[in-house]
Design a protein around this ligand. Structure first.
Ligand SMILES: Cc1cc2nc3c(=O)[nH]c(=O)nc-3n(C[C@H](O)[C@H](O)[C@H](O)COP(=O)(O)O)c2cc1C
Length: 191
């Protein structure tokens, strides 16, 4: 079977893309704007290790305005991307609700945060790991979704996951998306 995307309904394009590329990692992105914003994104993947870059595609709200995360990154040029462990799964999912930009998901869904690096948005307190990123490039695809290339400036990993700092003996856990479901993935960084 060969599917021609040119005359394919949008819902099937989405289903094929998001259910063939599996698992999809989840970027739980913290940004600062009119309020502290937290939202998950799974059109997300590492792009290059040198320069260390990630890409995330963010769409628009139903009223046609850019999602708060997109607006905040374009304005502030910075974001913090948190990983999600099983304990954080419910809050991560709740934070995908579209709120008014004056309302913070951190307050509405009671998601504790802490600022680790001045100048970058805070992390979600119990995240296993986080990337502190600068906007590198905005890409125009001609559609309603805007991919952003983000350059990683700093990395945080919770000491709970670090066995030995010198040898990078770290075991990470992160929830990923498989279709509509979530699955836990674990990975050793070293040795
Ligand atoms: C697991 C998950 C993955 C998501 N991935 C994306 C994505 O890649 N791109 C996107 O535009 N929206 C994605 N969404 C929807 C956004 O999280 C949602 O639109 C959210 O309200 C955006 O919030 P904001 O306006 O505060 O940025 C995803 C939602 C969930 C639950």
């Amino acid at each position: 079977m060969i599917v021609d995307f040119s005359d394919l309904e949008l819902k099937y394009r989405y289903k094929i893309m998001s259910r063939t590329v599996i698992p999809r990692p989840i970027a739980w992105i913290v940004t600062e704007g009119k309020s502290l914003n937290i939202a998950p994104f799974s059109y997300y993947i590492p792009l290059s290790s040198n320069p260390p870059t990630l890409i995330v595609s963010i769409g628009h709200k139903k009223d046609g305005s850019p999602k708060d995360t997109l607006k905040n990154i374009l304005e502030q040029k910075r974001c913090t991307i948190c990983s999600v462990n099983p304990e954080l799964l419910t809050k991560m999912h709740q934070s995908s609700e579209s709120l008014d930009e004056n309302l913070s998901e951190a307050e509405v869904f009671d998601i504790p945060t802490k600022r680790l690096i001045e100048g970058y948005p805070p992390i979600v307190s119990d995240t296993p790991a986080a990337f502190f990123c600068d906007l590198f490039q905005k890409i125009e695809l001609g559609g309603k979704t805007i991919p952003l290339i983000l350059e990683v400036k700093r990395y945080y990993v919770d000491d709970r996951y670090v066995k030995d700092k010198e040898s990078f003996d770290i075991e990470i856990e992160a929830v990923a998306r498989v279709g509509k479901e979530y699955r836990l993935c674990t990975q050793k960084i070293e040795p």
